[in-house]
Design a protein around this ligand. Structure first.
Ligand SMILES: Nc1ncnc2c1ncn2[C@@H]1O[C@H](COP(=O)(O)OP(=O)(O)O)[C@@H](O)[C@H]1O
Ligand SMILES: [Mg+2]
Length: 361
């Protein structure tokens, strides 16, 4: 059990942790979410004392690990850390990466460290990769090695700081699968993540961090579906909605495609639906609206309703009345009608505001 009591971390120009209080029970799998800069990494790094808190206490099974005389190697043996950027040793083979700390710190024999390493590689789906170097592996494979390396120390607690956010979207799944397997094994885990559906699937608790502390603490259902407090509500809503502002003819549609991929990943939107969302935005905005307006000012909002498993796409733009269904681009219109259930259009004369609402099939 880990108890955080009035934990504080002050930097010269920021105090990300003002007063953090929490009890983390054995076996808890906690997703830590919140806007950027709210101290999620700082919290994780303070818990295993990679950063020394400036105030408060951390009790590990009742023992205060922040006490000046406490032997930190004891706490660090019990807590493993997985970073966004893998942090593997590039000059060592995969198996050497896994053997190093168990031999150095746990004083395991070479044979024992090797055997454990081989078994762990198999567990993360990388049997046979022992003698490769990290640079020969993909990002997803590197992160799985990093997780195996953490497991080689047999920690009681695993802290993961955005373990999939440096990965190409195609590799997120394989790393999530390994983490999901760990979560099921009963290890205590804290994981900073932006992927809501993943957080929901693996954790029994969610910490929403804001305003210098754990602003809301609850089950995934509570925090994601019925947030109690205003800032949580706003954050969750923003996660569920994707907004694109197309305010120039040079708008970066390729970059927007990446944003759409990420949004779909975070919300567990199936590939087929993702493809349709991209198609609608391409045809509606790039082909039809950009042809109609010399100076575009279009706000696109995508909302996905997991229950109904459908996406709704809104496009709002100021200017003269222009109903996209009246476009003479018949090709784009036929593509649009092919993937959509309904296309509705409204125009507000007084505000000169066009509003399009598209429901996907
Ligand atoms: N080593 C550091 N030195 C100074 N300021 C830092 C340091 N690490 C983090 N901060 C500041 O603390 C705040 C929280 O950072 P961080 O914990 O990385 O947030 P998050 O992980 O939620 O994005 C930020 O304002 C950041 O600039
Ligand atoms: Mg961070």
């Amino acid at each position: 059990m880990i108890e955080l009591r009035h934990l504080e971390k002050k930097y010269e120009n920021a105090t990300p942790l003002q007063d953090v209080n929490a009890v983390i029970r054995d076996g808890d799998v906690i997703s830590v979410i919140g806007p950027s800069g709210t101290g999620k990494s700082t919290l994780i790094r303070c818990i295993n004392m990679l950063e020394r808190p400036t105030g408060g206490q951390i009790l590990l099974d009742g023992e205060d690990i922040t006490a000046p005389k406490y032997d930190l190697t004891k706490a660090r043996r019990r807590m493993g850390m997985v970073f966004q950027s893998f942090n593997l040793f590039g000059h060592l083979t995969v198996i050497e990466n896994l053997m190093l700390a168990p031999m150095d710190i746990l004083k395991k024999s070479k044979q024992e460290a090797y055997d454990t390493g081989v078994a762990l590689l198999r567990r993360v789906g990388l049997a046979g990769r022992e003698l490769q170097y990290p640079e020969q592996l993909s990002g997803g494979q590197k992160q799985r090695v990093a997780i195996a390396r953490t497991l080689a120390m047999d920690p009681d607690v695993i802290l993961l700081d955005e373990p999939t956010s440096a990965l190409d979207p195609t590799m997120v799944g394989e790393v999530q699968a390994v983490i999901r397997d760990l979560a099921k094994s009963g290890k205590t885990m804290l994981i900073v993540t932006h992927e809501m559906s993943f957080a929901r699937a693996i954790s029994n608790r969610v910490f929403y961090m804001d305003e210098g502390g754990i602003y809301e603490d609850g089950t995934p259902e509570q925090v994601f579906d019925h947030p109690r407090k205003e800032l949580t509500r706003r954050f969750i809503r923003r996660l569920k909605v994707l907004e694109l502002l197309i305010d120039s003819r040079d708008f970066d549609f390729i970059g927007a495609g990446t944003q759409i991929d990420l949004y779909c990943l975070q919300n567990d939107i199936p590939p087929k639906e993702k493809y349709r969302i991209r198609l609608v935005i391409e045809e509606l905005v790039q082909q039809i609206l950009l042809a109609a307006f010399a100076e575009p000012d279009v706000r696109v909002t995508v909302e996905y309703a997991p229950d109904a498993q459908t996406a709704v796409i809104f496009a709002d733009y100021t200017g003269d009345r222009f109903d996209p269904r009246d476009s003479d681009n018949e090709l784009s219109l036929s593509v649009l009608t092919g993937v959509t259930e309904t296309i509705d259009f409204k125009y507000d004369d007084s505000q000169k505001q066009n509003h399009v609402e598209i429901r996907l099939k």
